[in-house]
Ligand binder design. Structure first.
Ligand code: SF4
Length: 346
């Protein structure tokens, strides 16, 4: 591995990232003074492969993924991908929010791999590990090249995001949708602004995301909403679920798919700390709710799913069930997302 520090401002040397673990050569570490990037360090790498085969793909609605970034400045406290930072020797708490790995050669690599005779044109899910339209994308602009490569090969794909920045690429998405199957899922777990501000502090507001859904649909891009996460005791009251589903339906989404909060290692500790700070009265209830592991009890998950489906029927939308949005109805399985990217194509 090469680890030349070519940055304008040297990164904190106490946070070395073992990027070779997921097949990449580090080329630079940078930080920028712009207010939106204050405190953020970017590790620019040249990845050796960009198409990743999902381990245990039979349990997932997709087999291949492309993730141009690691770490995410949207900083959702519950983000299951936090665990993946540990594989890079990076911190899964604040480090995940502020130490961002950027695969600067992702577009050219993808174009090359899609052109290979060995590639069969399978569906590719983009941004299933971390958000491909996080703020870093505004500076690095990797997605236009990725979308161009997919469009040029008429390769079906789907995108999962919370980022309103996706609208920058509307024209490319529209062009791609003319030649292949394109699905977008926008993640909106709730519409409560107070909860958003504390639990998703770096992400666009739920209302902005719903406006993004509206704009995508208006421009002919099929768009579903992944209603994730439903946060026990904080966004799960029937009137809260109903308000969210109603807003999703009004935005024109083709589907709404609920997903209850799950707390894998990495996210679990970080979320517990947040809960103790913001909602100390709920700590005991959470300990009981997640006593058996990462998932809420089945009865609870079923109840939420049933309620959301009932509200969806009331407002005239359904669960994800066809086309591209079905494939992005869930983020990458935590273990698959967290693992070093060993199972690569080519
Ligand atoms: S936007 Fe997605 S990837 Fe980014 S922190 Fe939030 S949950 Fe994680």
């Amino acid at each position: 591995m090469r680890w030349d520090n070519l940055g304008e401002n040297p990164a904190n040397p106490s946070t070395p990232a073992d990027l070779s673990l997921f097949g990449a050569d580090a080329v630079a570490t940078r930080s920028f003074d712009a207010p939106e990037f204050r405190g953020v360090t970017f590790h620019e790498v040249r990845a050796r492969s960009i198409l990743n085969r999902v381990p245990g793909a039979s349990r997932m609605p997709f087999e291949w993924t492309v993730n141009p970034y690691r770490g995410c400045t949207h900083a959702c406290v519950y983000c299951f991908a936090r665990k993946s930072h540990a594989y890079l020797d990076l911190d899964t708490g604040l480090g995940f929010d502020s130490q961002i790995v950027v695969k600067v050669n992702a577009p050219e690599l993808l174009a090359r791999q899609l052109a290979s005779a060995r590639w069969q044109g399978a569906h590719i899910a983009v941004g299933t590990n971390v958000d491909c339209y996080q703020r870093a994308e505004g500076r690095y602009g990797l997605m236009p090249g990725i979308l161009t490569a997919l469009r040029d090969r008429a390769n079906p794909f789907s995108i999962l995001t919370k980022g309103t920045l996706i609208l920058r690429d509307l024209e490319l998405l529209t062009q791609a949708a003319r030649v292949t199957e394109v699905g977008v899922s926008v993640s909106v777990g709730f519409t409560d602004r107070e909860l958003w501000r504390t639990v998703e502090p770096g992400a666009p507001s739920p209302q902005s995301r719903l406006d993004t859904v509206r704009a995508l649909v208006r421009n002919g891009i099929e768009c579903g909403v992944l209603m994730a996460p439903v946060v026990p005791f904080l966004s799960d009251r029937p009137e809260q679920l109903r308000a969210t589903v109603r807003a999703v339906a009004e935005a024109g989404a083709s589907s709404v798919t609920p997903l209850v909060l799950h707390l894998r290692p990495g996210a679990r500790e970080w979320f517990a700390e947040w809960l103790g700070r913001h909602h100390p009265g709920l700590v005991r209830r959470y300990e009981r709710m997640y006593a058996d592991g990462a998932y809420a009890p089945t009865w609870y998950q079923r109840r939420i799913t049933r309620q959301v489906h009932d509200f969806a029927a009331e407002f005239g939308i359904g669960p994800a069930g066809r086309g591209g949005t079905r494939r992005t109805a869930a983020p990458e399985e935590p273990d698959a997302a967290a693992a070093p990217e060993q199972l690569t194509f080519l």
